[in-house]
Write a protein that binds this ligand. Structure first.
Ligand SMILES: NC(=O)c1ccc[n+]([C@@H]2O[C@H](COP(=O)([O-])OP(=O)(O)OC[C@H]3O[C@@H](n4cnc5c(N)ncnc54)[C@H](OP(=O)(O)O)[C@@H]3O)[C@@H](O)[C@H]2O)c1
Length: 243
């Protein structure tokens, strides 16, 4: 029997890598995207090439209605959901004194409210699984803020708490986990000089790959039945470092 997974923000980068890793290990995929329909269809096609059934679903997860749309689309197709990966993210620096209410709210809507709404709306199909997992994509920046990202870091810190709160309240049926990437895919606007400066701080002296996260996600889904309520860094040792 094939298993089922919804991955948000799965058209590109880390989300796509998670979708493909799961597709290659027996999962059918719901590929969520916001503004990248061609890339999402390409990701779905790549999943199909690995033997998975895959469909795409569009939604701006900053909107409550759109979250409900994703829930409906998944529930219409599947009565059982094995894995929900809340991966979609916004990463835009703004100096603290210039962060607008709209920017602050958008971060929290995408990084906390949407994971909450999708988890809540999909509880019934998740509970129909024999080993369901909700996996939230956090960030080592959730407790190590970087200047320019106060709104981002605060929202990811709230997501860390959502991992723990859900794990405490929704066990024993559900396991709830977080992955905190360090640097696993560069933001496109980082200069070579900035990339090199950041790379040198990483104990493993290299940047990770989306596949490093994807392999852990698949392991957590399939081979970690006694893990819940924790957040695992995938960062080459960066979060162990001070300063
Ligand atoms: N990359 C890293 O090194 C790194 C480091 C730390 C933490 N993380 C975390 O790991 C996860 C994946 O990282 P990533 O770099 O691959 O993410 P990303 O490229 O920044 O974002 C993933 C996707 O999120 C979607 N998205 C953005 N705003 C949205 C909205 N309002 N509604 C719905 N979807 C929206 C976009 O989909 P469309 O393209 O379809 O618009 C985008 O492709 C994220 O949660 C991120 O915070 C990543």
């Amino acid at each position: 029997m094939r298993r089922t997974a919804l991955v948000t923000g799965a058209a590109k980068r880390v989300g796509r890598a998670i979708a493909l890793e799961l597709a290659g290990h027996g999962y059918d995929l719901a590929i969520h995207y916001r503004s990248s329909p061609d890339a999402a269809e390409d990701a779905a096609e790549a999943c199909r090439a690995l033997g998975a059934a895959a469909f795409t679903v569009q939604a701006d997860l900053a909107e409550v209605d759109a979250c409900e749309h994703v829930v409906r689309e998944v529930r219409e197709r599947w009565s059982r959901l094995d894995v929900l990966v809340n991966n979609a993210s916004v990463f835009q620096p703004v100096p603290f004194e210039q962060i607008s209410v709209a920017q602050f709210d958008q971060m929290h809507a995408v990084h906390v409210r949407a994971p909450f709404l999708l988890s809540q709306g999909l509880l019934e199909p998740l509970r129909a699984s024999d080993r369901p997992l909700v996996l939230h994509m956090c960030d080592i920046g959730a407790d190590r803020p970087v200047p320019g990202y106060a709104h981002y870091s605060a929202s990811k810190a709230a997501l860390v708490m959502l991992v723990k709160a859900m794990a405490v309240e929704l066990g024993p049926e559900l396991r709830v986990l977080g992955i905190s990437p360090g640097q696993v895919a560069w933001p496109p606007d980082y200069s070579d000089e900035k990339r090199e400066r950041l790379r040198k701080k990483i104990p493993l002296q290299r940047v990770g790959e989306p596949e490093d996260v994807a392999r852990l996600a698949r392991f957590l889904a399939d081979d970690a039945p006694y893990l819940s309520g924790c957040i695992i860094p995938v960062d080459g040792g960066l979060s162990a470092r001070y300063p």
